[in-house]
Ligand binder design. Sequence first.
Ligand SMILES: [Zn+2]
Length: 203
Amino acid sequence: MYSGGHILASGALALISSKRLDIQFVKLAPVMIATNLLDTDHLKYFYLDDGTANSLVMHPAHIYAGVLFFLIFFVGLIYKKLQYWSFAVSGAVALHLTGDAISFWLNYNILLLGMIDALLLIFIAISAKRINTGLPFIPLMVFFATAEILSSAVQAYLAFVLKLVPQENIIVFIVSPVIFLLTAITFWLMFKKYRVKVKTILN
Ligand SMILES: [Zn+2]
C-alpha cells in the first residue's frame, strides 16, 4: 500500500478501536500511524524492488512481523493494564500487512488504491461524526485528507516528475518511513491538547 493508504487505514482502525476498547483516540491514532514504520525495512534489498514487490516475501520486518505481532500480544497477556492497547496495536500491525497484501494483489494499481483511499477517507468522516473522539471534526478531516494528498503528491513527484528508478534510488524507500514519522508527530502536536488526563467513565 502507498503511504497515504496506510495512514488512512490506521486512522480508520484507530477510530473503531478507540470506541470498542475505550482508549483515547488522540493517543491511539499516532501510535497506529507509527506502526507503519515497518516499511523502514524497504531500505534493505531496495535494489530488488521496483516499487511493486510483495513485501510479505521480500522485506525482513514484514516477513518476521509475526514475531512483533506475538510480542505485542504477549505484553497484553502479562500486563493486564495494557491488554486493550496490546490488542489494538497488534491489530494495527496486522492491518499494515493486510494493506500490503491487498496492494500486491491489485498490482499496486494507482487508480484502485486511490479509490480505496477515498473510501477510507469517507469511512473516517462517517465514523468521526458518530464516535465521540473528543477531537474537532473539521481539523481532524483536514489532517487526514492533507496527509493522504501530500504523501501521494510526494510519491508521485518522485515517480513521475523526477522519474526516479526505485531499484537505483534508495530515496524512494526512505520517503515512506519519514512520512509516517512526521504524520504521527504532527497528529500528536496538533491534537494532544484534547487528551483527557484523568480517565472518567462516561457511561
Ligand atoms: Zn509495508
